[in-house]
Design a protein around this ligand. Structure first.
Ligand SMILES: NC(=O)c1ccc[n+]([C@@H]2O[C@H](COP(=O)([O-])OP(=O)(O)OC[C@H]3O[C@@H](n4cnc5c(N)ncnc54)[C@H](O)[C@@H]3O)[C@@H](O)[C@H]2O)c1
Length: 329
């Protein structure tokens, strides 16, 4: 299939580009490089530096390459930043997606796989989280993605040939098994890379927020899905979409690891002691979040292959150890 990957220079998008190419698809990557890295884009993909807001330029690329599906990863994704700059998030993530959909409409492209997030559930009433549970985001980032889900439902209802899937990711982690790609965010806020940067001495210490949660060891529990499993799920979903489909799936492994368990895994994998500081809880951090991952398994036969936290951390460490400066400047 001819696929456009929007956000193809980012962490997850660059893994998707690589995996799509390896699966025999033709890939065009688009990114404004605001938070991405040109060096992360597989050389076998055509690359265009375009912003989501540039509707005409996107439509030109879609037409020129006869794109059949858009995998849409391009977004700003810092919860804290979204609280202080909500308009930036709604413009980039929500209006940006509307612009991309308009470009697709102009070019006659009728299939989208969209990166949504578990943040659209907000603080769930119970776990595991099932797709049918109420969605009440607790920050503008989550709402900006929730809005896109709403737009997709409405556009899908109006355009009968259009099909889409919104994939609600839990915590994405790990790196390509061959060590060619990794996670390089600036600033980095995700737990596993932060721990590995501390193991490398690139961070003084790591703060664990809250040790008095009602969990076995007092720290928060989260669901970590390996980036390669996540991308494999995207390809499975893309191939399954039929005109008129509107699908919503959780992407997690269906079990959680506590922050302390992840810290211990990082120490085992790196063989280094990681300096930890124990701090107070952060507002809006629920004690336990993990996915019910059975819907996508039942409908499409997808199950994550990496479920052991040490293996997930080991693939990330493989890249960090060789790339302590990430992709460089
Ligand atoms: N990493 C996670 O754990 C996680 C969890 C849930 C959802 N997600 C979603 O997955 C997607 C990818 O996340 P990531 O961790 O790879 O982030 P990332 O920041 O590494 O990648 C996003 C890419 O999109 C690009 N981009 C942003 N706005 C753009 C615009 N207006 N025009 C063109 N390009 C633009 C950035 O330059 C970047 O390369 C995001 O949509 C994010 O919300 C990620």
């Amino acid at each position: 299939m001819n696929v456009m990957v929007a956000g193809g220079a980012g962490y997850i998008g660059s893994h998707a580009v690589k995996q799509l190419i390896e699966a025999g698809h033709r890939v065009v990557a688009v990114d404004n490089l605001y938070r991405g890295h040109r060096g992360a884009v597989n050389p076998r993909a055509e690359f265009y530096q375009i912003d989501l807001a540039e509707t005409e330029a996107l439509a030109d690329v879609l037409r020129r390459h006869e794109i059949e599906c858009v995998m849409h990863f391009a977004a700003l994704a810092y919860v804290g930043e979204s609280v202080t700059e909500p308009l930036t998030y709604y413009r980039n993530n929500t209006a940006g997606t509307v612009s991309l959909l308009q470009a697709m409409q102009t070019a006659g492209v009728r299939r989208m796989v969209f990166s949504s997030t578990a943040a659209t559930y907000g603080e769930p009433q119970s776990t595991p989280i099932v797709e049918t549970m109420p969605q009440e985001p607790i920050n503008p980032y989550g709402w900006s993605k929730w809005c896109v889900e709403r737009v997709l439902r409405d556009y899908g209802a109006a355009e009968k040939e259009f099909s889409f899937a919104a994939l609600r990711y839990f915590n994405v982690a790990g790196s390509a098994a061959d060590g060619s790609l990794g996670e390089d965010h600036d600033p980095e806020t995700h737990l596993i890379p932060v721990l590995l940067l501390a193991a490398l001495g690139r961070r003084e210490k790591v703060t664990v927020f809250g040790t008095d949660y009602p969990t076995p060891d007092g720290t928060c529990i989260r669901d970590y899905i390996h980036v390669e499993d996540l991308c494999a799920a995207h390809i499975r979903v893309m191939e399954a979409l039929r005109p008129g489909d509107g699908r919503f799936y959780n992407l997690g492994i269906g079990r959680g690891y506590s922050v302390k368990e992840v810290v211990e895994a990082a120490e085992r994998v790196t063989g280094r002691e990681i300096p930890i500081e124990y701090g107070a809880r952060r507002p809006g951090d629920p004690a336990v979040l993990f996915a019910d991952a059975s819907k996508i398994q039942g409908e499409l036969g997808f199950a994550a292959r990496h479920t052991e936290i040490d293996r997930i951390v080991a693939t990330a460490w493989n890249w960090f150890e060789k790339h302590p400066d990430g992709y460089g400047k």
